[in-house]
Write a protein that binds this ligand. Sequence first.
Ligand code: PMP
Length: 437
Amino acid sequence: QTHFLFLSLQAKMSRPVQARRLEGIDKNIWVEFVKLAATYSTVNLGQGFPDFPPPDFLKEAFLRALSEENHMLHQYTRAFGHPPLVKILAQFFGKLLGRELDPMTNVMVTVGAYQALFCCFQAFVDEGDEVIIIEPFFDCYEPMVKMAGGTTVFVPLRPRAPKDGKLMSSADWQLDPAELASKFSERTKAIVLNSPNNPLGKVFSQGELELIAELCVKHDVLCFSDEVYEWLVYDGKEHIRIATLQGMWDRTVVIGSAGKTFSATGWKVGWTVGPNRLLQHLRTVHQNSAYHCATLAQEAVAQGFQRELMLYGKPDSYFVQLPKELQKKRDWLVQSLDAAGMKPIVPEGTYFLVADISKFKSDVPDVPSSDEPYDSRFAKWMVKNKGLAAIPLSAFYSGAHKNNYNHFIRFCFAKEEATLKAANDILQKWKQEKTSP
Ligand code: PMP
């Protein structure tokens, strides 16, 4: 009898358990590479997070919030954002965007920028809608569009060789205006813009943003503007906010992250800023999914922004100091990779840097019949044999285009000097092994 019971139970378990919307998105590169880094790496320049602490004023704000008399900071707060945080975000972004913002209707706090993105796709993308994504892209955009029932349409940034044997810059990767225009149609619901861009570090120019804005207005398309690296811009470059361009405020959701802004990725505080006609729908998704993110973290981030508003543009501002520090780290890693022969593409922004591994191909033989892109096999080999973790660039391309750019890997340079020095030691030793007979 037990035997029959077992058989009937087994029969019941044979139908697929997962919803159809998960089909094709069940494999995730981060699961694999985070595990590889944890198992093998001595130096981890893979996943994007600082290995240095957040600023003291932010940690102190958290401790103050934790120990304050106001024990209500341990309880639920307003679903769409803790009032002190949405108020200061409205003031701060009002200044940046040059318009008066209502904290209750133009700002919504999310569980990191991740959930802000998720809310956008769920709130605006219907079955059959197309969403344009610029390649290479932060990889979660694609599964999020699919989960919402939408169709992804990809348009690549195309590299141009730099003149005079100079190092390539992320600015050498550009959109082809005609190609971009050809992707817009009556089916297009939205475009995702990520400037400064992860993984290349490209900071889109005024001209490029105007081109995107014109197409959005012409085709009545929304723009999800992922600006999580807004403060990480180098060499005096300026981060231009697409929501400030003509006709764009009403169709743009601006997305930000305290994780990147204050070097506290584990806090998972993010936000959206935009017109109420769009944010009202984000609120519906948020209300019915995450509800809100940790009150204490929101309180501390609010205090962080209060300090930054007071010091805005001054040398003591964290938003001035952090990019200054990171630019030094960028230059250091650029030099180290260049000396080792792994040609870096100098990023204008973010804390990522993409490097060309062509010269190292002899160490990791190609297997032309393999389905796995070459850079992915290279990155796995590197972490296992050299202890250095990085992410293959193909991870930031759609399935059909993964083999178009398969000889680059991405490094994160938001790391302590000692970590970058250890990476340099590995790279220079590797180079010596290659050159010595
Ligand atoms: N957008 C981009 C471009 C990112 O690189 C990241 C984090 N790697 C996120 C969004 C997610 O940010 P958060 O950690 O605030 O969820």
